[in-house]
Design a binder for this molecule. Structure first.
Ligand SMILES: O=C(O)CCC(=O)C(=O)O
Length: 256
């Protein structure tokens, strides 16, 4: 099979899976609006278990001030979260068949007048963004999403702009997404989004899953380089080898 035939076979295979899982509406949402609400990606019992696990971690980390990350060491429910067929079919649509997990984190939003500011998830990307998706994020709704519950808010179509918003941009255009508990919301990393203030009592418990393409990566890893080589060179040398990369090779550390 030549390269063009291989691409075509993969595309046809993806099309069949999209049809079989009835994801045509989600495909259209992602193309036009840049985000979509996925229903029935997992049973409600999965979201209940996820909620309980996140709250347990939250308690252990004393109400975590920042999002806890590296949750794949925290139990089977997190392992299942990165392997859901409907979600991963749509990740594949956005990011190609070799996409990889970038971050598994969680948050608990309690009643607060503070919204989360509008931003794009293209961390580290200069502008303009590439014309195709390279990063995509999803949020697993363990609780109902409405504006007063602190739902994620989006500037529909902003992924077409292929750039970061400047400070305050998009704030007045953003719309809250409504979704029942048990939904997963997926968006292109170029989407401008944030979340709403939570004015109702209680907690909004979610899992955040970011994935990305793996097609532009170094062939070699320099993590095992002789420390003496680093010592005798300026700091820019380590940066050139990707060793000061703020995300790369973050260790899986547990805080207990
Ligand atoms: O918490 C939310 O609803 C949005 C989260 C968010 O902005 C992100 O994951 O980049």
């Amino acid at each position: 099979m030549n390269a063009a035939e291989a691409v075509r076979a993969k595309t046809e295979n993806l099309r069949k899976r999209i049809d079989g899982l009835q994801l045509e509406g989600n495909v259209s949402d992602l193309s036009i609006d840049g985000y979509t609400v996925i229903r029935d990606a997992a049973p409600l019992s999965f979201f209940d278990e996820l909620r309980e696990s996140v709250l347990h971690i939250n308690q252990r980390m004393k109400g975590f001030r920042r999002f806890p990350t590296n949750l794949l060491n925290e139990g089977i429910v997190f392992e299942q979260a990165v392997q859901l067929e409907k979600l991963n079919t749509l990740y594949e649509l956005l990011l190609g068949p070799n996409f990889i997990v970038s971050q598994v984190s969680a948050s608990v939003k309690r009643t607060t007048p503070k919204p989360f500011a509008i931003h794009a998830d293209m961390n580290g990307y200069e502008q303009p963004f590439p014309g195709h998706s390279v990063i995509a994020t999803s949020i697993f709704c363990c609780d109902e999403f409405t504006e007063d519950a602190g739902a994620t808010r989006f500037v529909p179509g902003s992924h077409h702009l292929r750039r970061h918003p400047v400070s305050g941009e998009g704030e007045s255009e953003a719309v809250a997404v409504a979704a029942p508990a048990g939904s997963i919301i997926l968006w292109d990393g170029a989407m401008w989004h944030g979340n709403c203030a939570r004015t109702r009592p209680g907690e909004r418990v979610v899992l955040h899953l970011t994935c990305n393409r793996q097609n532009v990566r170094p062939i070699e890893s320099y993590t095992g380089i002789d420390p003496e080589v680093l010592r005798r060179n300026p700091p820019e040398f380590a940066a050139l080898l990707g060793l000061t990369d703020r995300w790369e090779r973050r260790e899986m550390v547990r805080d207990r």
